[in-house]
Design a protein around this ligand. Structure first.
Ligand SMILES: Nc1ncnc2c1ncn2[C@@H]1O[C@H](COP(=O)(O)OP(=O)(O)OP(=O)(O)O)[C@@H](O)[C@H]1O
Length: 249
């Protein structure tokens, strides 16, 4: 029997005032995969992501997460199963790296030993220097803040990871390193991941499936394999950009 998708959008509409943003969206995100969402600025990528964790509610249609329609009976419990990381990391400025990463687990009453074990595992996986844990966010580099944000999003063993341009603000070399780390984490803990990005290379490097949002006929879903087969490795990024342009309503 086929497994249910981790997230399913069924005829979902969302807008602001009279301005429709997402119209009649049907989409499914497979469990355990990384999917990238690309599309022109303002086409509704972040809106779509926030519909996945119930931060926003659709005007019409249904969002199902782990097979259950939102709103979940216990939205806080649902959100704790979903890691969420955004651009600039959005860390609590008055908490150290460690405190940021472990905050919710401490609220949940994890033992000191369990906290320490999980923290060390993630710290090593994302290659965060041990001394960075004791520092406040303003004392960390942008790349270290991103790593702290990633550890925080992953700490509770989420069933789903939502990443909203989390690597946009770091230099290309650091970004490449964090990509490597994210793939290493994903190999060990294959969590369903939805990544919003403007970076076509990032989308193709990290995701097996790329969704172009904002097309007149609805979202276009492309497998990385098919994109590479059509255009060869080097040019898959250009192909994706061309498809995005063609998809303009
Ligand atoms: N809280 C809000 N109130 C009113 N309008 C909003 C709100 N949030 C988003 N919008 C509008 O909805 C549209 C989609 O926004 P969204 O942030 O989802 O786009 P995006 O594709 O992620 O954009 P970008 O690539 O620039 O980050 C935009 O026109 C935005 O101005």
């Amino acid at each position: 029997m086929a497994t249910a998708p981790a997230i399913a959008f069924e005829r979902v509409c969302k807008g602001w005032g009279a301005q429709p943003v997402l119209r009649d969206i049907n989409l499914a995100f497979a469990s355990g995969r990384i999917t990238a969402i690309v599309g022109r600025s303002g086409c509704g990528k972040s809106t779509l992501l926030r519909l996945c964790n119930g931060l926003l509610t659709p005007d019409a249609g249904t969002v199902r997460v782990f097979g259950e329609p939102l709103p979940a009976p216990d939205p806080v419990a649902l959100r704790r199963r979903i890691g969420y990381a955004v651009q600039q990391a959005a860390l609590f400025p008055h908490l150290t790296g460690e405190e940021n990463i472990t905050l919710v687990a401490r609220l949940e009453g994890w033992s000191a030993a369990a906290l320490a074990e999980r923290l060390e595992k993630l710290r090593v996986l994302v290659d965060l220097p041990a001394d960075a844990l004791a520092r406040l966010p303003f004392e960390l580099s942008g790349g270290q803040q991103q790593r702290v944000g990633l550890c925080r999003a992953l700490f509770l063993h989420p069933a789903m990871l939502l990443l909203d341009e989390p690597f946009a603000a770091v230099d290309p070399l650091t970004r490449r390193d964090i990509h490597r780390r994210l793939l290493a984490v994903h190999a060990q803990e294959p969590v369903t991941t939805v990544l919003v990005t403007h970076d076509m290379a990032e989308a193709l490097h990290l995701a097996e499936e790329v969704v172009i949002l904002g097309a007149a006929g609805g979202p276009q879903v492309h497998s990385r394999e098919a994109l590479r087969a059509r255009q060869g490795d080097g040019d898959a990024e250009s192909l994706l950009l061309t498809l995005m342009g063609e998809a303009d309503p």
